[in-house]
Every structure is written in structure tokens, then in C-alpha cells.
Design a protein. Structure first.
Length: 135
């Protein structure tokens, strides 16, 4: 199975196992971490260096965790600051069977993080599951 994981934070192997169950085991995993800005001002000012660095760390850490959780392989990339665009870019080269989207709790969400799950399922026609990170 091809599993695409979209996450704004590094995920642990235990969290992946708990949230995704057996689906992570022996899967081909692609981790995409969008370079989310902390606010609309940061987004519009194109102040993205910190967001890109955080996304890189999140992708790398989650890729390592996926391998530790039993994934057959795990590749990582940073994505656009708009999560739907990051997802679209990833699906263009990685035709996933399932997409697992991890988001911050509602009161901690960053700019453009809201409603990505419903929009993704509707837009891309792939099975999407939403997972809320602990606050």
C-alpha cells in the first residue's frame, strides 16, 4: 500500500502505530510537511525561512519514525505553505492509496491549516483520514 502522510509536526513511531495501525507496516510511505506560516502576516510577507526549516525537521523525523514503525520505505519532502497545494504536488508523483492528514487542535491551528481534510477528499478522490495532534 502507498500511504501519504501530511504533517506539520514530527511524529513518533508510537503515534504512527497508534493512529494508523497495521497500515503503516510494510507500506510505502511518503511524508509531506507543509511549510506552514504562523500567521497571515508571515504568509503575506513571504517570511518563510523558519517555516521551511520546521517543515524539513518534521518530514525527516516522521520519515525516520515510519521506518521504525515498520514501513517498507519512507521518503520525505517539504511542501508548499498551502496544505492542499502541498498535497496536490505530492499526489502528482506519488499515487497514494490513502492519505493521513495530521493537524493541530482547532485552537492551535496555523494559517491555512483549517478544513484541509474535507477539501482533500473532495478534490483528490482518495481516502483521507484526519488525525488531531495532542495539544
Amino acid at each position: 500500500m502507498k500511504l501519504l502522510v501530511l504533517t506539520p509536526e514530527p511524529l513518533s513511531a508510537d503515534l504512527l502505530r497508534r493512529e494508523l495501525g497495521d497500515e503503516v507496516h510494510d507500506a510505502e510511505v511518503r511524508v509531506v510537511a507543509p511549510a506552514l506560516n504562523s500567521s497571515p502576516i508571515a504568509f503575506w510577507m513571504s517570511d518563510s525561512d523558519e517555516a521551511i526549516a520546521e517543515a524539513h525537521d518534521a518530514a525527516q523525523g516522521t520519515g525516520d519514525a515510519a521506518r521504525e514503525a515498520g514501513a517498507d520505505s519512507a521518503s520525505t519532502t517539504t511542501g508548499e505553505s498551502e496544505p492542499l497545494v502541498a498535497l496536490q504536488d505530492a499526489l502528482a508523483t506519488f499515487p497514494a492509496d490513502r492519505v493521513a492528514i495530521f493537524v493541530h487542535p482547532d485552537d492551535e491551528q496555523r494559517y491555512r491549516e483549517d478544513d484541509v481534510c474535507a477539501s482533500a477528499q473532495e478534490r483528490f478522490g482518495v481516502t483521507v483520514t484526519r488525525h488531531v495532534l495532542a495539544g
